[in-house]
Design a protein around this ligand. Sequence first.
Ligand SMILES: [Zn+2]
Length: 73
Amino acid sequence: MTVSSVQTAPRALAIPDLSAASAALTLTATVLVASLAYYFLGYDQGAVSVFGSDTHVHEFVHDARHFLGFPCH
Ligand SMILES: [Zn+2]
């Protein structure tokens, strides 16, 4: 068995847009999403819940909260 030497045309690499405005928008969106995830995983419960005294979000992320070491009850 021999190694074939099939030549393929070079592929163009996708170069991301690295402008300052694009980077700022990406970082802002990342911080916003991470902050929301951090709040809902770590602090949203009971009386201080965004949705009033409803604990649906708390119960939904309850196992993740304990897995990550956030105090709960
Ligand atoms: Zn708990």
